[in-house]
Write a protein that binds this ligand. Sequence first.
Ligand SMILES: Cc1cc2nc3c(=O)[nH]c(=O)nc-3n(C[C@H](O)[C@H](O)[C@H](O)COP(=O)(O)OP(=O)(O)OC[C@H]3O[C@@H](n4cnc5c(N)ncnc54)[C@H](O)[C@@H]3O)c2cc1C
Length: 435
Amino acid sequence: MRHGSATWRNWAGTYSVTPARLCHPVTPDEVVAEVRRAARDELSVKAVGAGYSATDIALTRGVMLDLTGLTGIISVEKRSGLVTVAAGTTLRELGRALWDLGLSLSCMGNLDSATIAGAIATGTHGTGRRFGGLASQVRGLQLVTADGQLLECSAEQHPELFAAARVSLGALGIVTAVTLQCEPAFALHSVAAPADYEDLFEVLARLELQDHFEFLWFPHTRRVLTVVQTRLPADTALQPMSPLRAWYDDKILGGAFSAMNRLSAAWPNITGKVNRMATRALPERSYTDRAYRMVPSAHRVVFRQMEYAVPRASLAHVLDALDDWLQRSGEQITFPVEVRLTAADNIPLSPAFGRPTCYVTAHQYHRRQHDEYFAAFEAIAREVDGRPHWGKLHYRTAEDLAPVYPLFDEFLAVRDAYDPDRRFGNDYLRRVLGS
Ligand SMILES: Cc1cc2nc3c(=O)[nH]c(=O)nc-3n(C[C@H](O)[C@H](O)[C@H](O)COP(=O)(O)OP(=O)(O)OC[C@H]3O[C@@H](n4cnc5c(N)ncnc54)[C@H](O)[C@@H]3O)c2cc1C
């Protein structure tokens, strides 16, 4: 295992830290040894995955365990579709390996370079109103607890720990392996098409019944881009995006979007005009590919994001209020607002706990100020009992999060039982869970 001291930075460049020790364990035993050593030295410990979370959720000045070397499929039960995978495996590696086994994850999200443990810890989700987030596919966890024990938990073993640790915010232990309920492999047929904002709710009522549906609304315009993905058998003849099209999207459209953001950072007043021009050229396109390959692999333009889980019934109010605020404030935004759907789940700190959910994401270019826009969006989301994505920016604290999570106190009780000395604590957890 590699040890050392170095400065660690997250993807968005919003946080960096130089921990006392930065370690790269590659086995669960090495994780156990590091947690015990940290306890002896009275240092806090945090695991870190791929570092895509925009908040200080993974930060520590104590011992940082980079688990990106703890990878691979550990076991497979082909008949039941239960697959156990090492915590640092990325969703891309996992998707590929599952496909070779004739399996797929139910839902993935837009980021396949995240690690499975990092993704579930923050409640990462995709879209599709019949499907929950990644954590709802978890059937078992292996984790190292604060007293240095390697524990297996599931609905049968340590059920109270399992219930809470699926979306743990990293507060309950260092996850070394995750058992997932997978599905028989499937392909996806993806169709993206522009629509008018005025027709959105009529379109939504029809399209949200499809397997996986999302839409992007471009601020300062009345245009949206809808994306429907339909499941097909794995042996369907694939028609993936051609390499030329993928190159064009990445280099030309990606490059144009990057240029557009730089221009509007220099001259914010042209943003509305630029957005309207861009939405006139919204592409209508379709292709079919293996499910795991539908996730965009490049995120060429760096951005900040805030995402709120709101009740499905509140979506129209949230979008109208945001549009209204943008018009009143004069704030200029180039990035689209993204809307996705998930089923309700029963995970205490999941933003989709207990209610069918719409996830609404606001983005801002990294060279532009995001505070006013995100504060306004958060105020709107609060009015409808919105819950923030744990891996994205938000300004909430334990005091005002507790009322929107019916099992908040139950989660805190599990934390008290398994980490009474807050070995896995940090500033973020003090803010959102209390001391
Ligand atoms: C470009 C981009 C696209 C995104 N797309 C989506 C999306 O489509 N849907 C969505 O819901 N979110 C999305 N996100 C958010 C992202 O999925 C989360 O931030 C996720 O946590 C990233 O995983 P990671 O491996 O980078 O975790 P990290 O950011 O490294 O860690 C996140 C948290 O998990 C904890 N953790 C990590 N590994 C372990 C472990 N082994 N044991 C215990 N705790 C651990 C860390 O301590 C930290 O608290 C996106 C983010 C970006 C930047």
